[in-house]
Design a protein around this ligand. Sequence first.
Ligand code: 13P
Ligand code: ZN
Length: 275
Amino acid sequence: MKVLEAEFVQGFICMANDGWKQGWHERNGGNLSYRIKKEEVDSIMEDLNRDGEWREIGATVPSLAGEYFMVTGSGKFFRNIINEPEDSIGIIEIDELGKNYRICWGLMNGGRPTSELPSHLMNHEVKMMASKGKHRVIYHAHTTNVIALTFVLPLDDKIFTRELWEMATECPVVFPDGVGVVPWMVPGGRDIAVATSKLMKKYDVAIWAHHGMFCSGENFDLTFGLMHTVEKSAEILVKVRSMRPNKLQSITPQNFRDLAKDFNVKLPEEFLHHE
Ligand code: 13P
Ligand code: ZN
C-alpha cells in the first residue's frame, strides 16, 4: 500500500489540520509524532526507502530501537500539511541503539524532522512504558490561552491543575492525573526534553511556560481531545480573570471528591488543597 492511502496517515493529517483550524499553529509552530504499529509498518513497507543516511537524534531512546514514527517536519507549516503531506511530514526509523534515525518516506526537498524530536522521542519512551505500550501520539501546540496563563499563574503543577480543573466540571475526568509545568527553557534540545519527559512519567500533559503544551495519548482522537479540553479550560480561566480578579463561586474540594466517586476516577488530594 502507498503511505498516503494508510488510515493512520489520514488520521495524522486530519489531526494536524484540526490543530491548524484551532489557531494553535501559527507559521511552523507546533509538531506532531505518531509511533506506528507493527502491522501498519508492514502494510506500507513497499513504499518505504530503507537506504537513507543515519542521523543523530540528539537524545538516546534505547526502548524505541527499531520503531517507526510519523513526524512533522522542522520549519514546516501545519497549514500546508493537508495539501503537501510529502513535503511537510515524514516517516523515520530508529536504529538499534536508539541514537540515530533515518528518513524512510516524505520530507521531500531536504526536509528534516521537527526540531523538538528529542522531546517527542523521550516522551514517547516514557509514555510507552508507563502505559504498557498503549500511548502512541505526542502532540506539541502553541495553545494561546495556556500560554497566556503562564504569565499570571505561579509555574506550579498543583496550582495549574486545580485552576484548570475548576473551569469545567468534566476536566478532572479527562485529565485526572493533572498537568505538569516546565519553566521557561530553550526549546529544541535535550535539556527541555529531559525536563518534559520527567513530568510525563506522572502526567499526560506538560505545559511549557511562555511557549505551549505537550500532550500524550493512545490515539489521535484522545490526544487532540486532551489538548482541546485543557486549552478550552484555560480559555474560560482567562475570561473569568478578565471579568473580575477573583471568583465569586467555584467547584469545591468536596465537589471534586463527589465527582471522583461517581465518575470512578482517582483525584489526588494534593491538587485539591491550594488556595
Ligand atoms: P519545528 O518547526 O522544528 O517543529 O519547531 C516548531 C516549534 O514549535 C518549536 O517548539
Ligand atoms: Zn513550539
